[in-house]
Design a protein around this ligand. Sequence first.
Ligand code: DGL
Length: 294
Amino acid sequence: MKVLLNLRRLAINQLHEPIDFGDVDEKLLPIGVFDSGLGGLTVVKQLLLHLPNESIIYFGDTARLPYGTKSILTVRKFSLQIARFLQEQGVKIIVVACNTASSLALNVIKENTAIPVLGVIGPGVSAALRVSKSKSIGVIGTTATILSGAYKKALQKLDPAVNVNSVACPLFVPLVEEGWERSDVTELIARKYLDPIINTEIDTLILGCTHYPILKDVLHKVVDNIIIIDSSIETARQVRYILQSEKIQRPKRSKPTHKFYVSDRPQRFEEIAERFLGEPLPNVKQISLDDYRK
Ligand code: DGL
């Protein structure tokens, strides 16, 4: 029965037709979110704001981060394991909060998953194209994200005339995790990274990494008069839209539950999480993905 239901969902998903979830009450199921670590909590924060009734299961692959320096094969392998884990938890949609995983692995996750899967690139790209007047857009992200060209491809697929200027900013992730988002050092490094795009036609900058919304203030200082696109906000809006159009929003009846899992010991995650989420995060559980390796 479960297999049949999944096959039906897979077929429907691929045809982009409305999803019929049969006799399972999908509305009550949680949203699955994953990231290489804790950066994806910027997406969770927006999900909590935009969809306060929804339950959430979050997985942060803290034992294997960072993804931003890893190869495509590795990121795909890890992402598929996590997608399998989340599906087994019975989520109704998977949100790939990690920009690197969205850039390198979104298609393979979709191909191997029987429920809707949303990455962070599409939402960020649509928002940037909506607001950019000069049609010259900057993208910053991890080395793997920028090397993949995923943002550039997605932007130019929707508007072939758009000019895209991408810069990898690998030091931003450790600076944010260190809590240095307001430090002079971070501003100096941001100036160095963004120097090639500061005096260009660019009027819009996509934050193509989970950690970068924490750096919004410093980025605004470095590149003023630019519209900053925070993919986490756009992603939450898109999730709300999908749940509404598929009619699988959770009704208000009962209190939603929020569960957080990591693959390494939870202490560091719990300590830093508050800065990402804006509230303390106790009871994070460590789990092993060994059963999901193939
Ligand atoms: N979550 C990653 C991203 O958004 C950043 C951290 C990492 O490199 O794993 O690309």
